[in-house]
Ligand binder design. Structure first.
Ligand code: G3P
Length: 217
């Protein structure tokens, strides 16, 4: 499973990238707002660090405007993935932009049918939002599993990019289901290395080592 970082925090992306944890990056208008940076400037900086797909989202609501914005965003770097919303206009933009050879990430997906039409429109990635379904007492992971089954039934090549990941368990379950990609905030990715028994065990080793009175260096 590929790891994308759901962030525009350049320092955090660089730290994870140095560890080989970054196969790509996803951003959205809320993430750009949080960064306090200019979208073109911060996206260019991210693309200079990460060689994998970097999603930059259009903000207009009509297909023509999304296409124009997508073309402009795609000029930032060759690894830009244009992110469009899962609306009828977004699908029209997806079809045109993917036809031009651009990678397209169709976002805000909350149903299998939406994932189906995105695949038909040539999406490179489909982004089902797990956490936001869980927020309204629906099962986000079940959606990932259902899309996996449907895409596999018909050999769709659109990659399932599990988004709105909030917990380490979401990551585990996405890997078990066979999501192609998961995108998560840096803190969730760093949290994957944590286990309470690791902390407890290390604490004991440190205490016992001190009692030996020895040094390695
Ligand atoms: O990039 C979109 C998605 O991952 C947002 O997550 O936590 O705001 O629902 P969240």
């Amino acid at each position: 499973m590929k790891f994308f970082v759901d962030s525009a925090d350049v320092a955090a992306i660089a730290e994870l990238n140095d560890l080989g944890m970054v196969d790509g990056v996803t951003t959205n208008p809320s993430i750009i707002l949080k960064s306090g940076r200019d979208i073109m400037e911060v996206t260019k900086e991210i693309c200079s660090i990460v060689s994998g797909p970097v999603s930059a989202e259009v903000v207009s609501l009509t297909a023509d405007e999304m296409i124009a914005e997508g073309r402009k965003l795609a000029e930032i770097a060759p690894n830009i993935t244009v992110k469009v919303p899962l609306t009828w206009d977004g699908l029209k933009a997806c079809k045109v932009l993917s036809g031009e050879g651009k990678m397209v990430n169709v976002t805000l997906c909350f149903s299998v049918n939406q994932a189906l039409v995105a695949a038909k429109a040539g999406a490179t990635f489909i982004s089902p939002f797990i956490g936001r379904l869980d927020d309204i007492n629906l099962d986000g992971l079940e959606l990932i599993s259902d899309i996996r089954q449907v895409y596999d039934n018909y050999g769709f090549e659109t990659q399932i990019l599990a988004a709105s990941i909030r917990t380490a368990n979401h990551v585990t379950q996405c890997a078990l289901i066979g999501a192609d990609v998961m995108t998560a905030p840096p803190a969730v990715i760093k949290g994957l290395a944590s286990h309470v028994l690791t902390d407890k065990g290390l604490d004991q080793f440190v205490k016992d080592w001190a009692k030996t009175g020895q040094k390695i260096l």
